[in-house]
Design a protein around this ligand. Structure first.
Ligand SMILES: [Zn+2]
Length: 525
């Protein structure tokens, strides 16, 4: 009797190692994130880990999910996110959950809060649904040392910036983002970026760039991004790659060639992209960069000086004609104006007409200067060709990223990419247009960005990986948000687990907030 009793006690722990599961997802097609073809398997989760994949259908489990007819995939990793403010107001990040995103990476475009330790500690205090990570912004580092001045840094300033970059990496950043298009990144010589890149690269980080120019000089910008990787000795990434303005349409042929040639000679350069033919950024993107030096007050003074105002206006007209305006003021739509909520969704033609003027390029430029004078707005620019979107998407070096924020549902008129990026790839570019296979699309949204960031325990479905898992219907998954009605959640993603907990179950957002702050290679070591 005693011996038998001991046997039972002894075998219990062994038995509990294999079953039961906390969550068992049965009967689905597993698309594991590697790019390999789907296969049928059950996925068993215990705690925050995927512990088994195989024929597990009869095993006991606290929660069972019937995934027949559905795809079971790793949660998506968004390598370009602007969710740091939105996540405090909307900790569920519901727009992201409903497109299958389980990890977001902040700090893009050269902009991040500093120091990174304080920033991440603030996020750690929030009850969030998705995992959160960050880059450190070169523009933010420069602003803290050099201010908004248009000049190279002194050697002393450069040393200070290198020290901040190194500390940011040790605090958990995944690399250095640049926004060489924006103030003050645009005042930075390439050589100065390379010096910071060397520091970040030695600590295991990557460089990711919102490039200096994405219109008529886009190829020069691609060369610069590659050079930063090559001379900085680190992986480098062209973020939200696109060709803005009609004269640049088709240049993706050459930009992809530059990327291929660089990789062939040993430069680790990659690309990310959102699947839309419009971009979104501040209205100041239409203003020449010299007019932005020194910040808002200085810009206002220039707008009040007749000679400078005339030069600014001429540059805006040029920009509306061949760059972000793509030849017509109606191609520029206001997303959000802090000083006038009523402008959201209206384009420059409509706003100019409402001011009692003909919607000429010149009058539209006056409208832009007025909006900038009042403090600026965010805007959506319809100036990208679908052919370039598709060509860039097909490149083996392209991953998907949203460049999106976490919006308060119904507020403003944000770019639809906030709600739709990942679902749109699955619905439009996999199911409808056959640009990518399902498996390849999932890979570009999961294991590829995870590998890029050296996040080795997410982005794939394998035993031992963290249980960020999504279940979606490949026949119905789709984006719903468009430019007229951007506040529409994507559909077809039914269940989302983050760190083993349901954040979306049977289409309903749960009360769980299992999201964690993930830190980069220099902090994790
Ligand atoms: Zn950007």
């Amino acid at each position: 009797m005693i011996r038998r009793f001991l046997l039972i006690v002894f075998t219990l722990p062994l038995w509990s190692q294999s079953v039961p599961f906390d969550v068992l997802i049965t009967g689905g097609r597993v698309v594991d994130g590697s790019g390999s073809p789907w296969y049928f398997a059950d996925v068993g989760i215990r705690g925050d880990v995927v512990v088994a994949i195989g024929q597990l259908g009869n095993a006991p489990a606290a929660a069972r999910i019937d995934a027949r007819g559905m795809v079971v995939a790793p949660g998506f990793v968004d390598i370009h996110s602007h969710g740091r403010r939105g996540i405090a107001a909307v900790p569920t990040a519901e727009n992201y959950l409903r497109e299958g995103v389980t990890t977001i990476i902040e700090g893009p475009d050269g902009s991040s809060p500093l120091p990174i330790s304080t920033f991440l500690d603030g996020i750690r205090k929030l009850p969030i649904s998705v995992n959160f990570a960050t880059f450190v912004g070169q523009g933010s580092i420069r602003q803290s040392v050099v201010g908004l001045a248009n000049r190279p840094a002194t050697p002393e300033e450069l040393d200070k910036m290198k020290a901040i970059a190194a500390q940011a990496m040790r605090d958990g950043a995944f690399g250095l983002s640049t926004g060489l298009f924006y103030v003050p990144g645009n005042f930075t010589p390439t050589e100065e970026v390379i010096e910071l890149a060397k520091v970040v690269g030695k600590l295991g980080g990557i460089h990711i760039s919102h490039m200096r120019e994405e219109a008529s000089h886009v190829l020069d910008s691609v060369r610069e991004t590659i050079r930063i990787g090559e001379e900085g000795g680190l992986p480098t990434q062209i973020t939200h790659h696109k060709m803005i303005g009609q004269p640049s349409w088709g240049k993706s042929v050459e930009s992809l060639k530059l990327v291929e040639e660089a990789r062939a000679r040993g430069v680790d350069v990659t690309i990310d992209q959102y699947p839309y033919t419009a971009s979104s950024t501040g209205i100041a993107a239409l203003v020449p960069q010299w007019a932005l030096e020194g910040g808002q007050t200085a810009t206002r003074e220039r707008l009040a000086a007749p000679e400078q105002r005339a030069r600014i206006k001429a540059a805006i007209v040029q920009n509306l004609t061949v760059d972000r305006g793509a030849g017509d003021p109606k191609n520029v739509a206001i997303a959000n104006c802090p000083f006038d909520a009523g402008l959201a969704g209206k384009n420059l033609t409509q706003i100019t007409q409402a001011r009692g003027q003909q919607p000429t390029m010149e009058n539209a430029a006056e409208t832009v200067m007025d909006l900038v004078d009042k403090g600026g707005c965010s805007a959506v620019y319809h100036a990208i060709a679908e052919e370039d979107v598709v060509r860039i998407m097909r490149s083996p070096f392209t991953m998907i990223a949203s460049d999106g924020d976490i919006p308060v549902f119904g507020q403003g008129a944000p770019h639809p990419r906030y709600y739709g990026t990942f679902a749109r790839v699955l619905g439009v570019y996999v199911r409808e247009k056959h640009v990518l296979t399902l498996e390849d699309a999932v890979r570009r949204m999961s294991s590829f960005p995870a590998q890029r960031l050296k996040i080795w325990d997410r982005g794939m479905l394998r035993p031992g990986m963290k249980a960020d898992v999504i279940v979606f219907d490949p026949a119905t998954v789709a984006d719903r948000a468009d430019y007229d009605k951007p506040h529409q959640y994507s559909v077809g993603v039914r269940d989302v687990l983050v760190n083993g907990k349901f954040v979306l179950r049977q289409d309903k957002v749960t009360a769980e907030r299992p999201g964690r702050v993930i830190v980069g290679p220099a902090a994790a070591r």
